[in-house]
Design a protein around this ligand. Sequence first.
Ligand SMILES: [Zn+2]
Length: 175
Amino acid sequence: MQTEMKSPDIVSQCSDCGKEARVERGTYRFRESGLDNVVLKGIEIVKCPACGNEEPIIPNLDGLLRVLSVAIVTNRFPLAGAEVRYLRKYLEMSGEQFARILHTDKSTLSKWETGAVNIGSKSDLLIRAVALNLGRGLRDNAEQITRDFEHIDEESTAPPNRIEVDSETLVYEYA
Ligand SMILES: [Zn+2]
């Protein structure tokens, strides 16, 4: 019978302080997305014992950003400001460009994004529809997601639910 060798910790380098860091698999709150409700599961994280820096190793960033966009436009609760900002950035648009398409002004859009002003259900739907049409790789899912718009609970005042993404399969769920 073979003795199973414990594999040594994978060693990496901290991008902050340059010291030696460990790589561990775990759960990571993906605040770099600009959203505070996104959790990446089963992801490799570089952890630096010297300075405390932690950063995820994201194998397919484009895929992950696309899946988050799908999760946002599919969500049955009203869009949060941070989600509008996320979608606009996914579309690689400035506030001015996005505002023109939405027939609003840059300052109103900015207030939606910070949560200072309510988006309103019609603008919410329009933002989702524009994202589905113009977002990289989103059009494949557009038909079913658009049909499901009828299930959006526009009266809901619940905070955004948590989006958990399996970092290997990019399958997400609301938690
Ligand atoms: Zn460090």
